[in-house]
Design a protein around this ligand. Sequence first.
Ligand code: HEC
Length: 119
Amino acid sequence: MQKWIMSGLFFAACTLAIVLIFFLPGKEQVAQENKTQMPEVTLNAEQAEAIVKANCISCHGDQLEGGNGPSLQTIGAVMSPEELYKVIHRGKGQMMPSFKGQLEDEEIANVALWLAEKK
Ligand code: HEC
């Protein structure tokens, strides 16, 4: 009788361990979430232009020709959408502000796609 109880407990413990292994987020998954991941969006040029007009041209020029910030007229030849997304999301150096929280991630991704076409 006692053997049954012991093996029952053992079985329950194993089940619990397996459940924990599968359902607790692994380290890898946590690291993935901390990384800046560009959400998938389809380009909406009108929205992108409006966002850039409202947020970027004060530094990058209304033709993106540059000003306080560098020219972005041919930025697509240098940077991929993912790289653009990271710069806009996190900011760069002392002068380029981070737009995280100020713009939706999807809006940033859309602007990144739009800028990536500027070659
Ligand atoms: C307050 C001024 C300012 C605003 C507003 C601003 N930027 Fe910038 N941006 C800069 C400066 C300055 C740099 C150069 C940073 C450096 O290289 O250290 C820069 C760099 C960049 C770069 C990288 C260019 C390269 O050659 O490495 C991208 C892309 C960019 N900005 C996009 C944007 C977008 C898109 C917006 C609007 C959502 C925006 N910026 C708004 C000042 C600004």
